[in-house]
Design a binder for this molecule. Structure first.
Ligand SMILES: Cc1ncc(COP(=O)(O)OP(=O)(O)O)c(N)n1
Ligand SMILES: Cc1ncsc1CCOP(=O)(O)O
Ligand SMILES: [Mg+2]
Length: 242
């Protein structure tokens, strides 16, 4: 007989656990000091080469989440990349978040999904991923969208873009003041995104942001991704000290 889990669902032995069988997913919880939420490059041509880059980045320090954001890429290619990167994230307790696609988040055993306003409503994403995976929602610069998403049950709300981004050029500009307002009033964690770098992130930390979502600021950092993650974490610790 396979072992029973607390919630009564049957789970196969660890040796036979594959995609879709994990019940306990890595959660993005409200942190005491800010944490890094890493976003993948939009294309990953060679998963095994990128796997080494990701390992190095995660060796630089704490990373709460890694979002697989592959744009205009066929599902089988996304699956190949996810299968290569999933164990790396799991070993380090970094939540693996699928961008745009709740169906793939389930199929590829991710810890959650991120949906934007043009992807699908929060409720639809939640229906697809169920209660145990995380759902984050893009709220751009809108207090209204953020309150709506949080009220509906989103695990985090994302504001931005705070700075010009070379990763996504068409964005809605957001003011740091929205982070200040959100973190003073709300318990649901907030993520800031858009052109964030080691050099420009300090005002977001001062405003009380929970997570910094960063792509170019890590992958294109002069001294490499590992140094970038280390530098972000040093800023988080310095900011967290009284
Ligand atoms: C953490 C986080 N915040 C915002 C976004 C942007 O999502 P969306 O508006 O759907 O744009 P695309 O990323 O799909 O181009 C995000 N991906 N992650
Ligand atoms: C997905 C997304 N949404 C708003 S800006 C952005 C890109 C984030 O990447 P970068 O950190 O390189 O600006
Ligand atoms: Mg999207």
């Amino acid at each position: 007989m396979p072992p029973r889990q607390d919630n009564g669902r049957i789970s196969p032995p660890a040796s036979r656990r594959g995609a879709g069988f994990r019940i306990h997913h890595t959660k993005i919880r409200k942190p005491v000091t800010a944490r890094l939420y890493l976003i993948s490059p939009a294309r990953i041509e060679h998963p095994s080469i990128f796997a080494d880059e990701l390992r190095a980045a995660l060796d630089g320090g704490d990373v709460a989440a890694f979002q697989l954001r592959l744009k205009d890429v066929p599902d089988d290619e996304i699956a190949r990349v996810a299968d290569t990167l999933r164990p790396i994230c799991q070993q380090r307790d970094t939540a693996l978040i699928m961008n745009d696609r709740p169906d793939l988040a389930v199929k590829l055993d991710c810890d959650g999904v991120h949906v934007g306003q043009d992807d699908m409503p929060y409720a639809e994403a939640r229906r697809i991923v169920g209660p145990n995976r995380q759902v984050g929602v893009t709220c751009k610069a809108s207090r209204h969208l953020a309150m709506e998403a949080a009220e509906a049950g989103a695990d985090y709300v994302a504001f931005g873009a705070f700075f010009p981004s070379t990763t996504k050029t068409v964005t809605t500009p957001a003011d740091i003041e929205i982070v200040e307002w959100w973190s003073a009033l709300m318990q649901v964690p907030c993520v800031a995104i858009g052109g964030i770098t080691v050099e420009n992130c300090k005002p977001l930390l001062v405003a009380g942001v929970d997570f910094l979502a960063v792509s170019g600021g890590v992958w294109n950092y002069g001294d490499g991704p590992e140094a970038a993650v280390r530098a972000f974490n040093e800023l988080f610790s310095a900011h967290g000290q009284p």
